[in-house]
Design a protein around this ligand. Structure first.
Ligand SMILES: [Zn+2]
Length: 162
């Protein structure tokens, strides 16, 4: 990217000062650093895209995966009952509900990923936990419909695909 006058501009993820990456288990995760209201903008993802999925990519549509840029969004954990969601048009991460200081900021990877690079066993503990998180492709019709309010326009378009 450049600034229109030929100078290189590094695309960066913007993060609210109400969130921060902290140690969590054996790694790091994104936490609320202050009380957050429902609907607050928490992140704006760097508009950097790759065509291949990876551990830190976020699928936007059939061709584009937001790249891992080693910034706050790379540390957002999955939850089947997430505290935040991604707006796929603006690439903004928004609080789904009030989030208390010290709580994890999570989103549902199944709302973006058709087929994940690295499936994993979810330990979110929610009553609606989907167990092994492998991607929207692997959900049955009822599970897909339960997620449709969070799912990307791309995944909504594939709701009935096998
Ligand atoms: Zn879960």
């Amino acid at each position: 990217m450049d600034d229109g006058e030929g100078r290189a501009v590094e695309a960066r993820t913007w993060a609210s000062d109400k969130v921060e990456v902290r140690p969590c288990g054996s790694g790091q995760a994104l936490f609320a650093a202050a009380d957050i209201a429902a609907g607050e903008r928490l992140l704006a993802l760097a508009p950097v895209f790759v065509s291949a999925i990876g551990r830190y990519t976020i699928q936007i549509d059939g061709e584009r995966h937001q790249a891992g840029t080693d910034e706050a969004d790379d540390f957002m954990n999955h939850s089947c009952e997430p505290s935040a969601r991604l707006d796929f048009e603006t690439l903004e991460v928004l609080a789904l509900r009030p989030i208390a200081a010290g709580e994890l900021v999570t989103f549902n990877y199944l709302s973006s990923e058709w087929d994940m690079a690295e499936p994993f066993a979810c330990e979110c503990g929610s009553s609606g936990c989907m167990g092994t998180i492998r991607g929207f492709r692997h959900l049955d019709r009822d599970q897909r419909r339960a997620l449709v309010h969070l799912a990307s326009p791309y995944l909504r378009g594939r709701l009935e695909d096998t």
